[in-house]
Design a protein around this ligand. Sequence first.
Ligand SMILES: Nc1ncnc2c1ncn2[C@@H]1O[C@H](COP(=O)(O)OP(=O)(O)OP(=O)(O)O)[C@@H](O)[C@H]1O
Ligand SMILES: CC(C)(CO)[C@@H](O)C(=O)NCCC(=O)O
Ligand SMILES: [K+]
Length: 244
Amino acid sequence: MNLFIDAGNTRLKWCLANQDEVLASGTGSLEDENPLGMSGELIGKVVSVAISTVASEERRTHLAGSVEKLCQAPVRFYWSEQSRNGLMNAYQDVSRMGADRWHGMYGAWLDHRQGFAVLDAGSAVTVDYVDRHGQHLGGYILPGLQMMLRSLRTDAARIWFDPDQGLATDPGKSTGECVNHGLAWLSAAMIERVIADARKLSLSEILVTGGDADRLIGLGLPGISCPDLVLSGLRAIHAEEASG
Ligand SMILES: Nc1ncnc2c1ncn2[C@@H]1O[C@H](COP(=O)(O)OP(=O)(O)OP(=O)(O)O)[C@@H](O)[C@H]1O
Ligand SMILES: CC(C)(CO)[C@@H](O)C(=O)NCCC(=O)O
Ligand SMILES: [K+]
């Protein structure tokens, strides 16, 4: 069995799979001693490890070391590419693009050939557009929800509030409401722009992934929820590499 890991800035997601089926999956944290939280029985089945990560070089090295030791299996990292199987990256320097974005787009490209947007609402939010020819048209990087809450709390001396996950966007009448409604209102505005862009660029689907995907759908994003988009892209690439 192969172990696949999508290691973001906050959490990591993993799945244990062979060519066509997923045996188990879960989430973990790079901070934990056992970053995967996998049982010994599952760990015993791992013969190779494939990782997509956007973590710092220090955390990446640490992860590689602990996973190698834990699984006694070779670890390979997969990065952004210029092109693959008809999907073409718009970046001139593809080594600068977060691997999660490329793997997410590739996961989407496998099943959606009519042009799509990928919205990954994680620690940071990314939006990427791919037309029906497989051409990546570019994208956007924005702060994520927790990041924005944290910066308001840290950088504005008189803003105290309890974060809520509410979806109300009407004008707030207390600090807490103004902050919470403000973030929902901002997300709603982003959603409107993505919808407008998708229409303008003739992209027929919006695929949503990341920890805050359901929140965006709750705010009216007409998107398809694909929680494992990055891992699907990574699995496909790993399989293609293995078959030569
Ligand atoms: N159990 C959870 N733990 C942490 N964050 C969560 C959880 N459930 C939902 N979230 C939300 O998910 C967001 C983080 O998303 P995700 O877990 O996809 O991040 P990530 O993959 O580490 O991020 P990135 O790839 O952007 O570095 C947070 O803003 C938070 O609001
Ligand atoms: C934007 C994030 C943090 C989203 O996870 C990640 O894709 C990343 O670190 N990207 C590097 C910069 C870039 O994609 O251009
Ligand atoms: K992610």
